[in-house]
Design a binder for this molecule. Structure first.
Ligand code: UD1
Ligand code: UDP
Length: 361
């Protein structure tokens, strides 16, 4: 069977790397890159490091407003699907590339599979919440990373085609953390000692597009007073450019701001951090999987298990709360139960994809 997989943004490259490896040999897997992310450090480096085959179609859509970006992707993906006439389409996560792929497929009556289905923040102002809700309601196969995700779908009346597979990001993390695979020299390059630094990422629209929130976050990092690494997402760099907040970061002697990092460097930094501060979904999960305590710089999270277990705390963009959590938050060993599956989610997905037309995997 021919499958078209649609990706475009950084976290989707990690997910598709795991799933495409499992699909290999069983399916004709055609990769479409929408071009939502395009800088070398946001896109090509993942293809190189994770051994993802070059996309058969690179749509080159680039940045834009939500409507314009999603609309251009929809038209371009539709053309690919009409030409390829696949047996199924797979979309990943909750970005504009996900929604465009889902809409293109469902309108052409092509069976649609959603990897990372059922996640909810219950905050409709988040573009991702809209994307994932609409995608789930259009999908025929819904691959859920957690029990909570399955329950969220049931509350919305979606039960058919729902499968608890575990999280494909765990598959990717295990694969690339295998002994002998840890190729990163980032700790040495940045002169970091294990467990003696903080790692932070900020890119979520609700934080970058609100000067009050972004200012409060930068203030917390500047006051943290501990060695801290901040790989800066281009969205955040753009917002900070030329502002006093950028100066505040530059002048904080304990902070090292870097370009966005490749996946292997990022995994190494996460694994050896004393604590991670982030508004990223993927980074929250990776912190959990590495057993590293996390402070989530948001008011809510989709990854509720991490908070329930005591591994992750939500501080929002509140400087004082963040600083207090930096002082007190210590997740114990029991705070990391295995809620993201067994690291074989991608294999389960491949087997279930085969069933879509009653074929054996
Ligand atoms: C997107 C996703 C978000 C995901 C994130 C992962 C949507 C609505 N948002 O957010 O869910 O968590 O990716 O990183 O799909 N830019 C560059 N170079 C690039 C890419 C982006 O400079 O390679 C800059 C541009 O100024 C662009 C801005 O970043 O306007 C935002 O990019 P966009 O893809 O629209 O959203 P993200 O914030 O990256
Ligand atoms: N990541 C990376 N380099 C970075 C920041 C993140 O490789 O500088 C990886 C991270 O390890 C995770 C994924 O990108 O696998 C998460 O993507 P992001 O934070 O951009 O998006 P989200 O998960 O919030 O949608």
């Amino acid at each position: 069977m021919k499958i078209v997989s649609i990706v475009g943004a950084r976290p989707q490259f990690v997910k598709v790397a795991a799933v495409s490896r499992a699909l290999q040999g069983h399916f004709q897997d055609i990769l479409v890159h929408t071009g939502q992310h395009y800088d070398h450090g946001m896109s090509a480096i993942f293809f190189e490091e994770l051994g993802i085959a070059a996309p058969q179609y690179h749509l080159g859509i680039g940045s834009g407003t939500h409507g314009s970006q999603t609309g251009q992707m929809l038209a371009a993906i539709e053309e690919v699907l009409l030409k390829e006439n696949p047996g199924a389409v797979i979309v990943y996560g909750d970005t504009n590339s996900t929604l465009a792929g889902a809409l293109a497929a469902v309108k052409l009556h092509i069976p649609l599979a959603h990897v990372e289905a059922g996640l909810r923040s219950f905050n409709k102002k988040m573009p991702e919440e809209v994307n994932r809700r609409l995608t789930d309601h259009a999908s025929d196969l819904l691959f859920c990373p957690t029990v909570t995700a399955v329950e969220n779908l049931a509350h919305e009346g979606i039960e058919k085609g729902v499968h608890l597979t575990g999280d494909v990001m765990y598959d990717a993390l295990l694969y690339h953390s295998r002994p002998g695979r840890e190729r990163s020299a980032i700790l040495k390059t940045l002169s970091l000692a294990p467990k003696a630094y903080l790692l932070a990422t900020i890119h979520r629209a609700e934080n970058t597009d609100d000067p009050g929130r972004l200012g409060a976050l930068i203030e917390a990092l500047a006051k943290a007073g501990e060695r801290l690494v901040l790989p800066l997402h281009p969205r955040t760099r753009e917002t900070l450019k030329g502002t006093p907040r950028a100066k505040r970061l530059e002048e904080a002697p304990h902070i090292t701001v870097t370009e966005p990092l490749g996946y292997l460097d990022m995994l190494a930094l996460e694994r050896h951090a004393r604590l991670i501060l982030t508004d990223s979904g993927g980074v929250q999960k990776e912190a959990y999987l590495f057993g590293v305590p996390c402070i989530t710089l948001r008011d809510e999270t989709e990854w509720v298990e991490t908070v329930a277990s005591g591994a992750n705390v939500l501080t929002g963009a509140d400087t004082e709360k963040i600083l207090a959590a930096l002082g007190t938050h210590r997740a114990g060993a029991g705070a990391f139960p295995p809620v993201y599956g067994d690291g074989r989610a991608s294999e389960k997905i491949a087997a279930l994809m085969a069933g879509i037309h009653g074929e054996a995997p």
